[in-house]
Design a protein around this ligand. Structure first.
Ligand code: LLP
Length: 432
């Protein structure tokens, strides 16, 4: 097991943070998202500690709530000292309701609506990350009308190609996110912001992609962004950057094949590059922010299912159908993402049955994994999929009018509900 919260107990069952997964499935039903609070807190502390070690506390981690968003996760992460990043009015509302003060919220998005910006200004969000010139103008007009001052960062596209899935790469020039550096558009955006009377430019932001398993792109991004800071200061000597936000993107284990670096490795390499670059350019070192999402919650989560029909097509494949599917985990259908699956009832046994784990949606592409090794399955077994803590619950839908599963938090052998299972009545709640 690659996540420290997972083990096989004396009964041979998969256990998470001291809780038997079969008991969890029995108590709460399946499909079920299970999140280890212990593991989330461990990773948060690891990030907070790294900021002490490598930045002497001059910076902080920000949890990208899009990875897994519900009030209890926000409360846990806040209590560990992380700020919260949101990308929509809904995520902003969740963070506020969970008790996040505006000053600890960072608001991203390439096309925030007027009402979302208004909500952010009303609650004095401490960092509105402005994506482009149109948004900057809109924010200035709105802030003036509301008698507010917007504290902002600018989202810059640094032109860095990271090796990850095309859909989750964001730092390259051809991107819907941010304002491009190379063409001079980013400098023009800075100058425009500096002239505004209801906008205070404090930070620069970039995010180069997600599930990145190497340090070089992060180091490169930091260097490019600081060169840009140097370029701004050359023209505007009184400009001081309060913070540099280098986004998220650190990769996690989905299978044993993933070569995952400890977060400290990234932190060490990036902090060394920052201090070297600032010294070379004669710049003060800004506060450094990182925005991890996947790495905070990904390995802390598993999903439990009940095995239903098993269809063995000789010479073709063995379909093992579960009571979930693309409605609660769309990542294989979307990105062909790897996952580790196992039969929780016999987690310690050899995995020598080759299965295609299929969902229950009315769609052939509704698969969780193809040709993967699991223990020989039987109807009624509990099948577990590991590393589902990030971008599963948050990307779930009601496709085929399937209710979204419940979310259970586990810690030191105790369990509690964080999000209740949706009911059929929830499904028709908005229907007129
Ligand atoms: N900051 C910004 C501005 C982002 O766009 C993202 C992710 C993050 C931080 C957090 O990145 P992380 O540490 O989680 O890699 N649905 C895809 C992932 C999309 C990521 C979008 N942005 C997936 O399931 O793999």
């Amino acid at each position: 097991m690659f996540s420290p919260c997972l083990s096989v107990n004396e009964q041979g069952h998969l256990s998470i943070s001291g809780c038997d997964t079969l008991e969890l499935a029995h108590t709460y039903g399946t499909p079920l998202y299970v999140m280890s609070e212990d593991e989330i807190r461990r990773v948060c502390r690891c990030y907070v500690q790294s900021f002490q070690t490598y930045y002497h506390g001059n910076g902080r981690p920000i949890y990208a709530s899009k990875a897994f968003d519900c009030m209890e996760i926000v409360r846990i992460v806040l209590s560990e000292g992380l700020d919260i990043e949101v990308v929509s009015g809904g995520e902003l509302y969740t963070a506020l309701k969970a008790g996040a003060p505006g000053c600890r919220i960072h608001f991203q998005g390439n096309n925030k609506t007027l009402s979302e910006l208004e909500l952010a200004l009303t609650h004095e969000v401490g960092d509105i990350v402005v994506d482009n010139p149109g948004e900057l103008d809109q924010l200035q007009t709105l802030a003036r009308a509301m008698g507010k001052t917007a504290h902002i960062s600018l989202r810059i596209t640094p032109g860095i190609e990271a090796h990850t899935h095309d859909f989750i790469r964001t730092g390259q020039i051809d991107s819907k996110f941010g304002t491009d550096l190379q063409s001079g558009a980013a400098l023009a955006l800075v100058e425009r912001a500096l002239e505004m009377d209801h906008v205070v430019l404090q930070g620069l932001h970039c995010h180069i992609g997600s599930q990145i398993l190497e340090t070089e792109p992060f180091v490169h991004a930091a260097q490019v962004m600081l060169d840009f800071y140097g370029e701004i200061v050359q023209k505007h000597s009184d400009f001081t950057l309060s913070w540099l936000n280098l986004g998220g993107g650190f990769g996690i284990h989905y299978t044993k094949k993933d070569r995952v670096l400890p977060y400290e490795t990234y932190m060490e390499a990036v902090s060394a590059a920052i201090s070297e670059k600032c010294t070379a350019l004669g710049l003060p070192i800004p506060r450094v922010f990182l925005e991890p999402g996947r790495s905070v919650v990904g390995e802390a989560g598993i999903t439990l299912y009940t095995v239903g029909n098993i269809k063995e097509i000789p010479g073709v494949r063995n379909y093992v159908a579960i009571d979930g599917g693309m409605f609660e985990n769309p990542r294989y259908a979307l990105y062909r993402s790897d996952y580790t699956c196992l039969i929780a009832d016999r987690a310690g046994e050899a995995a020598d049955y080759i299965a295609t784990v299929a969902g229950k949606c009315c769609e052939s592409g509704d698969l969780i994994q193809e040709h993967t090794r699991i223990q020989t399955p039987h109807r009624g077994d509990v099948l577990a999929v590991l590393s589902t803590g990030a971008y599963n619950y948050s990307m779930a839908s009601n496709y085929n009018r399937n209710p979204r599963p419940a979310v259970v938090l586990v810690s030191h052998g105790e369990h509690r509900l964080a999000v209740r299972r949706e009911t059929y009545d929830d499904l028709i709640r908005c229907d007129l």
